[in-house]
Design a protein around this ligand. Sequence first.
Ligand SMILES: Nc1ncnc2c1ncn2[C@@H]1O[C@H](COP(=O)(O)OP(=O)(O)O)[C@@H](O)[C@H]1O
Ligand SMILES: [Mg+2]
Length: 337
Amino acid sequence: MIETRSLSQVFGVGEHAHQVLTDINLFVERASITAIVGPSGAGKSTLARCMNLLQQPTSGEVLLDGVVASGLSDRATATQRRAIGTIFQGSSLLRRRTALQNVMLPMQMAGVPTSVQRERAAALLDRVHLTARANAYPAQLSGGQQQRVGIARALALEPSILLADEATTGLDPNTRSSILDLLRELRAEMGLTIVMITHEMDVVREIADHVVMMSQGQIIERGGTGDLLLDPDSSLGRELFVPRQVGTRAGIPSYTVRYASSSVPTDWMARLGEHTGKAVSFQGASVEEVDGRTAGYVVIGIDLGLESLRAVLDPMGLRAEPRAPHDGAADDDGSAA
Ligand SMILES: Nc1ncnc2c1ncn2[C@@H]1O[C@H](COP(=O)(O)OP(=O)(O)O)[C@@H](O)[C@H]1O
Ligand SMILES: [Mg+2]
């Protein structure tokens, strides 16, 4: 379990002071997976460096299992830091060391006996399915394999918390999914608490129990992933589900219809047509089961105003929003679900 209380970080002094984090209060339960999202420059990596005790916050504190771990002496900090393994974008392995030697490194630094180092590093490489590549150098490994070595190295000192800062950024979708599967398995096996910093909403949907949205150094929204997806008023929930539009008809308004309840009648589109006497065109959808509930969007075209549409859909547990002209298909980059 890792927690931050009123964490703030200011860089520079006087007129050059730049407040990068403001009053960050986070509580990440044991064996949960929390994603921290937000635009570039929001302060995510700074928060990560405070959480893994590489950096002292200007004020506030970091707690590990309920005990204050920030603001301690260098020596005590070094000991506390062992509780947190970190993985980064591009894994940051040492190029002149083999996979096995990279995994041994944190143990060497911590003075673990050499025989234990080898044994544990080999077991960890086995756990991330890389036994066959133990003696390969990073340049001989694929991006996904390098990140697996990075994970093995992060686990070398048997931490209870794994902090990932953009660890899947730059990986292709299949490799990313296999890394996320591995993290989920490790959580289940070891009770690992995982903090995933990412700007990829796919990652959040695939793996996170909780999401925290940061902007300009502050937490602006947070919640359970499933709850946010079902909350029609949540902007984070909307971002998590990007609908893909497959076709529009000129002059007919398009609407995004969100499932705001788990008891939406399956024939709601037919009912909408019957109630209004209007043709309903199906233009796209992104609907998933999250926590056993249906969540997502359907994009429809119907020659009807928003108020009249809502009068029919609201009672069925559906929430309609008009679609902006550039939503979805127009700037389709293939990243939409
Ligand atoms: N050591 C530092 N000194 C001064 N400014 C910094 C330092 N580290 C980060 N910043 C600034 O803090 C802001 C947040 O950066 P960062 O935490 O890297 O954001 P993110 O990871 O969300 O992109 C940026 O404006 C960045 O320039
Ligand atoms: Mg960053």
